[in-house]
Design a protein around this ligand. Sequence first.
Ligand code: ZN
Length: 146
Amino acid sequence: MTVILRDPAQSAALDKLFAAALAARENAYAPYSHFAVGAAVRTPAGEIFSGANVENAAYPAGCCAETGAIAAMAAAGGRQIAEVLVVAECGRGIWPCGGCRQRIAEFATEDAIVHSAGPEGIRQSIKFAALLPQAFDRQTLESESE
Ligand SMILES: [Zn+2]
């Protein structure tokens, strides 16, 4: 994976993204796994939307934090994601699950970045393209075979 070195000038915006994800995590509904996750997405215009995981007694009906953040963005009219931050208390570090990588791919800008964080702060940042190479996306449907 390609590790992104952060520009100090961007750190204020990143702090805001982290704070939004961390605050959402406080409201995670995870009575079954007890694994609270928070996520926040930033649009190229700088808008931030957050989400938390919401579990359900019928397990498959639950949804991930990233899914909630993306839904909030879409409901507000957002259609592009420049950055995603996911936060959880997780020894090995947390990254979006496969389903959420696909959801992010729908809106990710070409140079979108994903940040993995613990409650103490960001641990690692990589380009989204490294998380889901060769994605099935809009371009796949738009390219007609001959
Ligand atoms: Zn997920």
